[in-house]
Design a protein around this ligand. Structure first.
Ligand code: BGC
Length: 346
């Protein structure tokens, strides 16, 4: 086990961005940079023993900054969307940044993911990133002390531990927005990857990708991944939800009890032989299949990123929960911590 720290790049204002690389005893490694506490790489062998990087991303800070993908970033204060950027908490209505079509708030207005985080090596297999979110940032209430710890075990589990403690009542929803490609982006899209989701229901949306409030059974629909199925099998189905979002971009309700660590998803790429398991204690997961990637961005190693070159499994509270009283709630009182863990096991 080892952790190394190297200079990755600089921010436009000259501040240094560091890369922390955790390597386990099986030769598997995870790289995290301090800008956005971003998962920059996750390297593991294919069935022939050839190591490849399964994270779609960029070589430079400028690449990350110019991209609308949020790839690998830690997202907060509120992951995914809030309708109209409006909600009421503690009896007060708040208007937060409407950074999508001038209407919705997407990914907390881009706060946590664009911040430069502090980092300390806390063990030979763990790095803790910290960030202070001041009251009023992007319009959200609360000073929040945030830590995100990445741990890589010899069981080949990349564990991400989130903790966020507010000084007043507020909403918190954090995730990691990594795009995975088990075959590596050098080998094209992820439509042949087999996906299994431990989810009986999902939350259909309106045209602005805001949940309608319905929990819809996946049974008999293109959203049924209860048995392993290729991501691409039904992606082109005649389903208004898929047509509207140009593919999967939906929150699934993870079976079982929120607060308990449980299996969310299994993914397998037959060609490379690589696999991924996702575990979390959160109630939802956003399956996003890179529908808006359009060949205009060049990723790591000069590879032009095309549609479906990565898939995301963003563990989360459901989108727009602050306006949906029937969803599992993510309001935290003064001193009450948002605490959560997600594991990506290869
Ligand atoms: C959203 C997508 C969005 C993507 C990149 C996902 O979490 O659901 O609609 O395009 O993030 O911002």
């Amino acid at each position: 086990m080892s952790v190394t720290k190297t200079l990755f790049d600089t921010m436009p204002d000259g501040r240094e961005v560091y890369l922390y690389t955790i390597e386990n005893n099986n030769g598997i490694s995870a790289g995290i940079i301090t800008r956005g506490a971003t998962l920059q790489s996750f390297c593991c062998p294919d069935r022939e023993g050839v190591t490849g990087d399964i994270i779609m991303g960029f070589d430079t800070v400028a690449g990350h900054m110019a991209s609308g993908t949020y790839t690998g970033n830690v997202i907060g204060q509120y992951a995914n969307r809030i309708c109209g950027g409006k909600f009421t908490v503690g009896g007060k209505e708040y208007q937060v940044t409407q950074n999508e079509k001038g209407k919705t708030c997407l990914h907390g207005g881009g706060e946590f993911n664009s911040a430069l985080w502090k980092a300390i090596i806390i063990d030979d297999d763990a790095v803790e990133f910290s960030y202070f979110s001041a009251d009023g940032n992007e319009g959200f209430p609360g000073n929040i002390d945030v830590t995100v710890t990445y741990i890589l075990t010899d069981r080949n589990e990349l564990e991400i531990r989130y903790k966020a403690v507010p000084d007043r009542e507020t909403v918190i929803n954090m995730t990691n927005h990594a795009y995975f490609n088990l075959g590596t982006t050098a080998n094209g899209d992820v439509l042949d990857h087999e996906l299994q989701l431990f989810c009986d229901y999902y939350t259909p949306t309106n045209a602005d990708s805001i949940p309608t409030g319905e929990l819809r059974s996946v049974e008999g629909t293109a959203f049924d991944f209860r048995k392993p199925k290729k991501i691409g099998r039904d992606i082109g189905a005649d389903d208004e939800q898929l047509i509207m979002c140009r593919g999967y971009d939906h929150n699934f309700c993870v079976n079982g009890e929120k607060g308990k660590l449980r299996l969310v998803a299994r993914v397998k790429d037959e060609k490379s032989g690589r696999k991924l398991e996702v575990m979390s204690d959160l109630p939802g997961v956003q399956l996003y299949t890179g529908n808006f990637i359009d060949g205009t961005e060049t990723g790591k190693n000069g590879i032009v990123l095309e549609k479906h070159y990565g898939f995301c499994l963003e563990t989360q509270y459901y989108p727009d929960t602050p306006n949906q009283p029937d969803f599992p709630q993510c309001t935290f009182k003064k001193g009450e911590a948002f605490e959560s863990v997600t594991i990506f096991k290869v």
